[in-house]
Design a protein around this ligand. Structure first.
Ligand SMILES: COCC(O)(O)CCCCCNCCCN
Ligand SMILES: [Zn+2]
Length: 667
């Protein structure tokens, strides 16, 4: 199934008709440059372009009041003066004779997207719309928004398709208070928003945007606010919030549909956000949401005002929806202190609502209380300081996002004769002779192995070489001895100059010490075996009380350990090994296989033991880019497992600071 793209140039046909500094950034070019970049990068040709339609009254009334809709209906016939007058009753928004028409198209676009995804016509999609929506409220326009496109889409999905649980992720740099108010007492819609806040000093200056606003009544816990109290946030800050807040809760919630308020003013270069995250971060944020709801994801454009970073961010998002390999994220320096304070406060505020946070969170010893805007504040500032604040933020520059090339072959497999090659996979023949490296290895490792083992290993090595040359994206091998093959592979790859292996070993089995000496291989082993082994910087033994059958414990280790470690190690190859008798369930295995494709541009090599041949099909399905099935709503993990993971994190976080989720005690 493909990716839908919804866009119509009609939505460019309204603009600000008078002087208003707060609104001048919301220009028609936002849509034309975004769509133009998609065309230029050949992405529109790869999408299924769906027509827009106008929303009808009944759809708009799913969220808005009749009196508000009636009032907006009058605007097409208004004179310029009437429009100005009409606008005064709302904040930071403007009206135009054609904006009502465009607002109906923006809602209609979001609904077309929901229809095509929920009817199974497409896998996922994006709607490029304006006016945006997430600030508009039941009876008020606000922040460039007239109708709340995504909130209406959520109500529409519930009403028309009986969708039980919807996750809304709002990565726009402003708080979508309109969405929050719409669903604050509704446990079927989990709303997550991060937003520039600066202790309530940033627009819209609401106490309601702070981390301790978690929803009301039945909806308590289903509203997550992550305030950014400083500007200049980077890729590490965004990733740590996904790993330590959004993903654990989202998997526990187990949504049937994911809607994204895709605002790109959270990218570098945007003068509203003043953040430093680069456009390629949206490739990863999108991907990390694509294994929820079996990939049913609808992204709807919200903000984004730097036309260069907006266009690049939109392309990064659509390329990921299309299934292209993810770009490597380099120099992840870890979250800043302000982020750690926000992380700790948000996790503490939600610990009573989400079992994934219950054992894992220590309460903040500080309160990053909202520093009320001191009315006297301005007077006692000296001249220079006031000037300093008005100085426009310096022009930011950033590298063009790297090209993301899909290899000719997605998945290549090495299977014993007699095992059927899964559809759409390419079987690797053993045409290659036994390369010279093998003969040495034969001496070292395989002296007593039979020829079939040597042949299999030579084919596995050629899988790796083809990944290195980007001829194939990923590979799967069914071998006689997974542990031995794993050791040989690590040895083989570690011999390369700038190679780094991320070895994820599921199940019991001995990891030879020498493969982690050179710091090029990071090993995470998830098993049920309580090795006395304390582990080291490069060897992370996760021991689950009930072993790998415990989905909650496994999921917790995946998000709060495996993801941060993988991102920071930034490997050139991911080696995923399923040891015999691991007990891991297929769906958990598939979720893990999917998640690991965030790294190494998708160059994942999966090793299965021969008697696990039943896993070949399910594993190949994920390697080919199909979404992993849902794990179901996750119960609490065992207390001792959560504590074990926490002990590991606190031991490792000095070396791997993406693991951090609390602010250090000292000042
Ligand atoms: C959903 O719309 C997308 C958006 O969130 O980017 C809208 C931002 C409105 C920003 C208004 N600035 C007011 C400045 C007052 N001194
Ligand atoms: Zn915004």
């Amino acid at each position: 199934m493909g990716t839908a793209l919804i866009y119509d140039e009609e939505m460019t046909k309204y603009k600000l008709l008078w002087v208003d500094p707060a609104c001048k950034i919301e220009v028609p070019e936002r849509l034309t440059v975004s769509h133009g970049a998609l065309v230029r990068n050949g992405l529109t040709d790869r999408c299924i372009c769906l027509p827009v339609r106008e929303a009808v009254d009944a759809e708009i009334l799913l969220v808005h009041s009749e009196e508000y809709l009636e009032a907006v209906k009058q605007t097409p016939h208004m004179t310029l003066e009437d429009l100005k007058e009409f606008t005064l009753q709302y904040g930071d928004v403007y009206f135009h004779p054609n904006i009502y028409h465009c607002a109906k198209l923006a809602v209609g676009s979001a609904l077309q997207l929901v229809d095509s995804v929920l009817m199974g016509k497409v896998k996922n999609g994006m709607a490029l719309v304006r006016p945006p929506g997430h600030h508009s409220m039941r009876s008020a326009a606000n922040g460039f928004c007239v109708f709340n496109n995504v909130a209406i889409a959520a109500q529409y999905a519930k009403q028309k398709y009986g969708v039980k649980r919807i996750l809304i992720v709002d990565w726009d740099i402003h708080h979508g208070q309109g969405v929050q108010y719409c669903f604050e007492d509704d446990p079927s819609v989990l709303y997550f928003s991060w937003h520039r806040y600066e202790h309530q000093k940033f627009w819209p200056n609401l106490k309601d945007s702070d981390y301790d606003i978690v929803g009301k009544g039945e909806g308590a816990g289903f509203n997550i606010n992550v305030p950014w109290n400083k500007v200049g946030m980077e890729n590490s800050d965004y990733l740590s919030v996904f790993c330590h807040v959004l993903l654990p809760i989202a998997y526990e919630f187990c949504p049937d549909l994911v809607l994204v308020c895709a605002g790109f003013d959270s990218a570098i270069g945007d003068l509203e956000g003043e953040m430093c995250a680069t456009p390629d971060i949206f490739a990863h944020l999108t991907y990390l949401l694509m294994n929820l709801a079996e990939g049913k994801l609808c992204a709807v454009l919200e903000g984004g005002y730097n036309l260069t970073s907006l266009a690049q961010s939109v392309c990064q998002t659509v390329q990921t929806l299309l299934g292209d390999p993810l770009p490597p994220l380099t120099n992840l320096t870890g979250p800043c202190r302000s982020t750690l304070e926000s992380l700790q406060c948000v996790r503490a505020a939600h610990r009573q609502h989400w079992s994934c946070l219950r054992h894992a969170v220590d309460l903040p010893t500080f309160e990053i209380s909202t520093i009320r805007i001191k009315s006297s504040g301005e007077e006692n500032k000296d001249e220079a300081e006031v000037w300093e604040e008005q100085k426009s933020p310096e022009e930011k520059i950033w590298p063009e996002p790297p090209k993301r090339v899909s290899p000719r072959v997605c998945s290549a497999v090495v299977l014993p004769d007699g095992v059927v090659c899964p559809d759409a996979c390419e079987r690797l023949s053993s045409s290659e002779d036994l390369g010279p490296h093998l003969l040495t290895l034969k001496k070292d490792f395989l002296k007593d192995a039979d020829d079939s083992a040597v042949t299999a290993l030579s084919r596995v090595f050629s899988l790796i070489d083809k990944m290195k040359n980007n001829e194939i994206r990923n590979g799967l091998a069914l071998v006689g001895d997974a542990a031995m093959t794993m050791t040989c592979v690590v040895q083989h790859v570690a011999a390369e100059v700038d190679s780094r292996v991320f070895l994820v070993c599921v199940g019991n089995g001995n990891i030879p010490g020498h493969i982690i000496e050179d710091g090029k291989t990071l090993v995470v082993q998830i098993s049920g075996e309580d090795t006395e082994e304390q582990g080291s910087k490069y060897y992370v033994p996760v021991c689950l009380k009930k072993g790998c059958t415990d989905t909650s414990g496994f999921a917790q280790a995946m998000f709060s350990l495996l993801l941060p470690l993988g991102y920071q190690h930034n490997p050139s190859l991911v080696l995923l090994v399923r040891m015999p008798g691991s007990g891991v369930c297929d769906i958990m295995w598939q979720q893990l296989t999917a998640l690991l494709q965030s790294f190494a541009q998708g160059h994942t090599l999966v090793l299965l033991q021969e008697d696990d041949k039943a896993c070949v099909g399910p594993t190949a399905s994920i390697l080919l880019g199909n979404p992993a099935p849902p794990l179901g709503q996750l119960p609490a993990s065992l207390k001792e497992d959560a504590e074990a993971v926490e002990r590991l994190r606190s031991r490792l976080q000095a070396d791997w600071n993406l693991l951090l989720a609390t602010a250090p005690e000292n000042g």
